[in-house]
Write a protein that binds this ligand. Sequence first.
Ligand code: FE
Ligand code: CA
Length: 532
Amino acid sequence: MAFLNRRNILAGFGAGLLFTSRIKALHAANPRNLDEKPKFDTSPFQLGIASGDPSPDGFVIWTRLVPNPLHLDAGIKHNRPMLVNWEVGEDERLSQIVRKGQALAHPELAHSIHVEVTGLKPDRPYWYRFHIAGYDSTIGRSHTFPQFNASPTRVRFAAAGCQHYEEGYYTAWRHIANEPVDFVFHYGDYIYEGGDKKDGIHTLNGRPFKALRRHIGPECYSLDEYRRRYAQYKTDEDLQAAHASVPWIVTFDDHEVDNNWAGDSDQDGTPPDIFRLRRESAMQAYYEHMPLRLSSMPDGSHMRIYRNLRYGDLMNTFVLDTRQYRSDQAYGDQTVTQGADVWSPSRTMMGEAQEQWLFDGLARSDTRWNLLAHQVMMMNLAHRKSDHSELVYSMDQWSGYMYSRKRLLQFIEQHCPGNVVNVTGDAHRHFAGNLSYDTDHIKPVSVEFLATSISSGSDGLGDDDHFSRSVRRENPQLLATTDQRGYVVCDVGRDLWAADLKVLDKVMEQNANLSTYASFAVERGKPVLQKS
Ligand code: FE
Ligand code: CA
């Protein structure tokens, strides 16, 4: 929205019409089937609250009415629309209310509400709460972003994701709730779609593993199954605490739908028309449970999640979607040597429209830094399965889309050298490294911090397993990696971008210890990681 040209104005006008009609639809007179006197046996705020997508004058506040999170009907007795009261105040006790209203919780959206609060002051904290039928939600804290032309000296954020419920406690979320950050970036794998692991011994990360907590129900296909999975995950108090502490900027990866899906393809060879039905359920459930704006509400099996958020003149965040528009993985999505297909110009990671949007945005961006916040590893990481076997690469990460990758990194080098930082996830390990785009052009043009998982992979192997040794040996661009759970905290100043890779010593027990595995800094204009 900061970039104006004729095409964007026209595009914005079209989107504006659609947006206005959606707003009107949501704010129409009370529906005839309104439940005027909703009743609950227990608090309907079992999933907590959340806020997200801050702007200089507001943010989204979210909740969903769920008296019984583990039941497919969510414990809703009368499946009708209901009015939820919301209020936003300037102090943590909400004694100074500055905005309030009522929002309709529609059964079509599983009684979730997404209120886009506006008219607030820039760059300050606010607190919010919901109320219905004699029940109050807890009070959450959010924060507006600075004005677009403000010159903030600092922004801090945590990057995290991959929170398999069965594989560990969410202790990392508890720590994030206490970090002095301005927002959280969630890179995806908010839920895992698979069925209950059952009560046996499994193999995880090459070791025997018994589920710490159990998924309820089989693999998710229907809308109600996805809804119940989000509800189960959201009962976790550590996760709720992190949502209540700061606004989140979220995107999805694969497990919100199905492992390693790509565009219209799943990993099982399901016909695209059939897979899209599942994707439609998954996207709707994702929207229903995230603090997203109306512009991200799905339309059928498609959802617009890529977007841009500006933090004064300090940082422009481009949230990418590398699942919905990508070409199917090459070579059957195996971990293999890089054949000609990974360099094929006809294969894409972002799709043409998103790539053009990103390039236009980066070309016009006048902030000190640009953050590319996305899902999967951008480093072209090689490893050997055993000491004397060939070098292999993931076909699900950018290493399987080398032509797209080169085009993006070349664009960065030409148009915004030295001010683009990539923050990613998905790999269930920390990785920090430099990004160059060709073997004959090894000069780094950007850097990457890949945040390890909150819980996926359970207690890790540390950094002296075969994989760690192999990637360290084969990848001079890689400066740190470890298989432990945790998150990344970025501390962005006007000339220096610092990042801490935080790790927990375990996740199979509560109250684990947090420490910093490694710290790096990047100087603006000099896209290489420096150990600090
Ligand atoms: Fe994951
Ligand atoms: Ca993933």
